[in-house]
Design a protein around this ligand. Sequence first.
Ligand SMILES: [Zn+2]
Ligand SMILES: [Zn+2]
Ligand SMILES: [Zn+2]
Ligand SMILES: [Zn+2]
Length: 291
Amino acid sequence: MTITLEVPCTVTLEIGTNGTVTVEDIKVTGNASFVREKDTVLTYTIIPDSGYEIYSVLYNGENVTAFVSGGTYTAPALTGNATLTVLFASSSHVHEWEDDYTVDKEPTCTKEGSKSIHCKGCDEVKNVTPISAKGHTFGEWETVTSPTCTDSGSEKRVCSVCGFTETRNVDPTGHEWEDDFTVDKAATCTADGSKSIHCKHCDAVKDSTVIPALGHAWDSGVVIEQATATESWQIKYTCTRCGEVKYVTSPPTSSPKTGDESHMALWIGLMCVSGAALAALLLTGRKRKTN
Ligand SMILES: [Zn+2]
Ligand SMILES: [Zn+2]
Ligand SMILES: [Zn+2]
Ligand SMILES: [Zn+2]
C-alpha cells in the first residue's frame, strides 16, 4: 500500500510598480504569495496604471508576455512552486486631446467647479480650469415681520437651487400724520382741554395744543328777589353747559347787572314808571304855582 502525500504548491507574485494584478478576485500589488493545490489553474488579470503598459510577464523565469491576451494570462496547471513576475513600462501612448472642455466638477451656488481637456485614449487631463460659483438663484423677497412706524421689520428670500435663505431688515415706515387736529380732551367751562395731530397708524401724537377753558355760558337769569326802593336786586344765573349757579346782587338804585334784554326792559320799564311819576309831580307843582 502506497500513501501519497499531497504537497501544496506555493505561488509567489512579484508585481512591479505602476500596475496591479488580480487573481481569484484578489488584487495584488508588490510582492505576495499564497498556497494552492497541485494542478490548480490560475488566471491573472494584469492592469497597468494610466500612462503605463505591460512590459514583460515571466512565469517561472520564462518570458510569457506574448501569451497575455486582453490583459489576461492563464498559467499552466500547478506542478510545484511557481513564480509570476510582471513589469510595467511607461506607455508609448501619445495623448490625443479632445477639442472641448469636459466639466469634471459642477460648480454650485457657492463653490467653484472645474473643467479640463481630456485625452481620448486615457484618463489624462490638461488645462484644468476652475469654473466660477454660480451664485444663488433667489426668488422674490417675502415679508417675515412687517415694519411699524418706529420698529424695523424683516424679509427673506430663498435660493431655489440650494435652499439658502437670506434675510434683511426693513426700515421703520415713520409716522404718517393726519392733516387735522383731533381733540384729545374737550375743554369745559373751567378746565383747559387739549388737541393734537395723530398718526394714522399708531398711537403717536404731535403738536399737542391747549384748548382754553370755555368759560360758563350763563343763561338769561331769574330775578329771585324783587327790587323795591330799599332792597337789592338778586338774580340767579345758571350755566347752560355745566349747571354752575351764580347770584348777582345789585344796589337798590342801580339796574340789575345783566346783558339780558328782558331785564333791561324791566329796568327801563321801571325807569319809565318813575319818570312818569316825577313828571306828574312836577306838573302838580307847576299847577300850584300857577294857582
Ligand atoms: Zn492619453
Ligand atoms: Zn443657492
Ligand atoms: Zn405712527
Ligand atoms: Zn359752565
